[in-house]
Design a protein around this ligand. Structure first.
Ligand SMILES: *Cc1c(COP(=O)(O)O)cnc(C)c1O
Length: 398
């Protein structure tokens, strides 16, 4: 009988016991709001900001309700207004175009290449043709593109760079942490990302004025001084009346969950990559599958795995997905015409207006499949996933 995979692709690990204990204390105190502190007490949210700034190696950090809110705030804090032209790679998750739309940006989508990286030539051509002032660079599914080339384009076209690090928290490129290249970086701590507070996110920056605008925009009222990892009062004096309140504050309960997870993040990165490497080596050996080599200087976090199906016509990929699903293996396909679950393609973000077609991105996504790698999978589980996918693809006669 054919083997079946029994584990859930959406089951994360439990929240650490010390986080549960701290959460219970906070619940008993009733002081969940970040500005609700007892005399002499520093809020959990502010402590988290100091600790994440130190971990990330950024001067300033703001914790917020979601990665999507971090992006909206980053756009506003870097001066995006209705009509501002913002370049963005077209392969990403819906909160990215959503944040751009909410900030009023005129979005200029950029092609990706066959390794899921932003196409640098298309980026430069569109920066030149449109006069865009910002680049929202989404390190989608953890694939970090040539950051030397990106930073060259940032300098050549005088772009403000915002990094979407939802899938690169803990990753590095040439030893530098993802998020420390741009003017601002955004992270998500939603359940399916690298730390789990249910919902949540961070914004980091080294720029005092961006930091002050971001803090006030997150909804600090005039209580910004209670935050951790912030610039001096004089900067807030300059910025505090310029920033609209968007009520995107994190609460002390979520902050406590994240504080307890941060010390274990580096070890979790190692564990993700152990699992990723089994998938990567295994899938690369299946005839009809392409697994792009990752750049030597990219230290990725393998919390999800992507591959391209080259041995099957793209319109037959749903048969592979169905065959694997029948045996318990959940594969997502980025080539579908209709958005499904968490997955959508650039042409379904209709609110962006008339988006020109991106034939190269469309072609790459037509063969692109994706597997989630929760840490509740053991490396041996990943080997079973490889076996099932290999058998199902072979059965379709590649
Ligand atoms: C999850 C995600 C976000 C936003 O995160 P939320 O916290 O869910 O708002 C942004 N970009 C990418 C690529 C993501 O996967």
């Amino acid at each position: 009988m054919a083997i079946r995979f029994e584990k859930s692709f959406t089951q994360q690990e439990p929240i650490p016991e010390e986080a549960i204990a701290r959460a219970a204390e906070i619940l008993r105190s009733g002081r969940l709001h970040r500005y609700n502190t007892a005399p002499g007490e520093t809020a959990e949210a502010s402590l988290l900001e100091e600790e994440y700034a130190a971990w990330q190696g950024a001067r300033f950090c703001l914790a917020v309700t979601s990665g999507g809110q971090a992006m909206q705030i980053a756009l506003r804090a870097t001066g995006v207004k209705p009509g501002t032209k913002v370049l963005a790679n077209a392969y990403t998750l819906a909160p990215v175009p959503g944040a751009l739309h909410a900030a009023g940006a005129e979005v200029v989508l950029v092609e990706i290449d066959r390794n899921w990286h932003t196409d640098i030539a298309d980026l430069c051509a569109k920066a030149d043709a449109t006069g865009a002032t910002h680049l929202m660079l989404s390190h989608m599914r953890g694939h970090i593109c040539d950051m030397d080339a990106i930073m060259q384009a940032v300098r050549d076209f005088d772009l403000t760079l915002i990094e979407d690090c939802a899938h690169t928290m803990g990753a590095r490129w040439k030893g530098i942490r993802s998020g420390n290249f741009g003017h601002v970086a955004c992270f998500s701590t939603q359940t399916y990302k690298h730390m789990n507070s249910g919902e949540g996110g961070f914004l980091t920056t080294d720029d005092p004025d961006i930091a002050a605008r971001a803090v006030v925009t997150s909804g600090s009222y005039m209580l910004y001084g209670a935050h951790g990892a912030i610039p001096e009062e004089a900067v807030f004096r300059r910025q505090r009346l310029e920033a609209p309140n968007s009520s995107a504050r994190i609460d002390n309960l979520r902050a406590a969950l994240l504080r307890a997870q941060l010390p274990g993040l580096e070890d979790n990165v190692r564990r993700w990559n152990e699992r990723y490497d089994v998938l990567s080596r295994g899938f690369a050996a299946i005839p009809g599958i392409r697994v792009p080599e990752r750049a030597q200087h990219e230290a990725y976090v393998g919390s999800s795995f992507q591959f391209q199906v080259t041995g099957l016509a793209p319109e037959r990929i749903p048969e592979l997905v169905a065959g694997c699903a029948a045996r318990g293996v959940e594969i997502k396909w980025f080539g579908a015409d209709e958005p499904q679950g968490f997955t959508s393609r650039f042409d379904s973000w209709r609110y962006l207006g008339d988006v020109p077609d991106l034939p190269q991105t469309r072609a790459v996504l037509a063969t692109t499949c994706d597997i989630r790698v929760p840490l509740t999978f053991a490396p041996e589980d990943c080997a079973v996933i490889v076996q099932i996918a290999g058998e199902e693809l072979a059965a379709l006669g590649t």
